[in-house]
Design a protein around this ligand. Structure first.
Ligand SMILES: *Cc1c(COP(=O)(O)O)cnc(C)c1O
Length: 359
């Protein structure tokens, strides 16, 4: 592999998973039929989706009696409206920690009252709030565990007592251990950390399903439809599900979430250490170290011109995807699970050289 992939999403996948997907596209059944060319009702595909659902719960440490795993279309953005459409009866609490959290809250407002339980907006979302105002009678609390654009991440799973906790984990799903049993609904667009675009993973507590849906609601938008049919109500995104399933196997082969988390901490610290060693030149975008994302590392250089130079020179050395999100600028290195240590070390070395040459 010649390029170092730091794109924010779609993003780097484990090389073995990409190879397995390529081979399955050519011949999945052993008889010359590819994964894209076979019925979602076939016994072969049924094994793919059932195994992926079981492996997902195994990695999360959750019980299939209590939780269901769905593979839906429409991206994480469709969950922004599907969650309130199913569960917002009167009011919901949202913690606004970035662009995606704000988009989720905007959709919720279409269905009921939205209480901003906490926000980091006044500081351009450079931290995760440490206190919040959750209402004990809210329908649910919504958080965004990793803020892909600003580079902040919740390191704790907040207590919400009896109020169901919902999380957008799109950009750090399966990046670290969490107390997943605290969550009533977890969702993630696959294309950041676990697969290609086209499938959105939803892990939902079955107990909460009694509250899902409203009369007169379209069938496809009701979570009960998909849980009842085990995510095969209609044709699901079969090829992305195959790839996500292989990523789950890869995570298990790496030693599960504990090992993945340790590796991610090592990788992220390799970059943060360079930033911290040269604070006269590299300005970390996140205010407090505890809130720094393991997945999306964000920083600035003294001028926009130097940032452009940094990005261009990195590109010449095959380091791709380092430009910050168009809404905030600066530099962003996305170092998802599958980003190898070798890529991170290459970037760290480049940062040292760039510092010496341009400070
Ligand atoms: C990328 C991203 C989204 C949007 O996902 P889509 O699948 O494109 O709708 C939502 N939330 C977070 C945290 C993201 O990083």
């Amino acid at each position: 592999m010649s390029s170092h992939n730091f794109f924010a999403g779609p993003a780097v996948l484990p090389e073995v998973v990409v190879k397995e997907t390529a081979a399955a596209c050519i011949d999945f059944t052993g008889k010359g039929i590819g994964i894209m060319e076979i019925s979602h009702r076939s016994k072969e595909f049924d094994a793919v989706i059932k195994t992926a659902q079981a492996d997902c719960l195994k990695i999360l440490g959750l019980d299939a009696q209590e939780y269901a795993v769905l593979f839906l279309g429409g991206g994480a953005s469709t969950q922004f409206m599907m969650i309130p459409q199913n569960f917002l009866k009167t009011k919901a609490d949202y913690v606004l920690t970035g662009v995606w959290a704000e988009k989720a809250a905007k959709e919720a407002k279409l269905f009921g009252e939205v209480n901003v339980a906490a926000t980091s907006k006044e500081a351009n979302h450079n931290y995760i709030p440490k206190s919040w105002n959750f209402h004990p009678d809210s329908d649910y609390v919504h958080i965004t565990t990793n803020n892909t654009i600003f580079g902040t991440e919740w390191k704790i799973d907040p207590d919400t007592a009896n109020v169901p906790l919902v999380a957008d984990m799109s950009s750090d799903f399966l990046a670290m251990r969490r107390d997943f049993s605290k969550y009533s609904l977890i969702y993630a667009g696959a294309q950041k950390n676990i697969g290609p675009s086209g499938v959105t993973l939803v892990v939902i507590k079955k107990e909460w399903l009694e509250k899902a849906g409203k009369s007169g609601m379209p069938t496809m938008l009701n979570y009960n439809t998909h849980v009842k049919e085990e995510s095969l109500f209609n044709t699901p995104p079969t090829l992305p599900i195959f790839t996500v399933g292989r990523t789950f196997k890869w995570i298990e082969s790496m030693g599960g979430l504990e090992a993945i988390e340790a590796h991610n901490i090592k990788k992220a610290n390799t970059i943060y250490n360079v930033i911290d060693a040269h604070t006269d030149f590299y300005k970390g975008a996140v205010a407090e170290a505890i809130d720094r994302s393991l997945m999306n590392i964000t920083w600035n250089l003294p001028t926009p011109e130097l940032e452009e130079k940094f990005i261009n020179e990195a590109k010449q050395q095959n380091m791709l995807g380092l430009k910050g999100h168009r809404s905030v600028g600066g530099i962003r290195a996305s170092v998802y699970n599958a980003c190898p240590m070798a890529s991170v070390e290459t970037l760290a070395k480049f940062m040292e050289d760039f510092y010496k040459n341009n400070k």
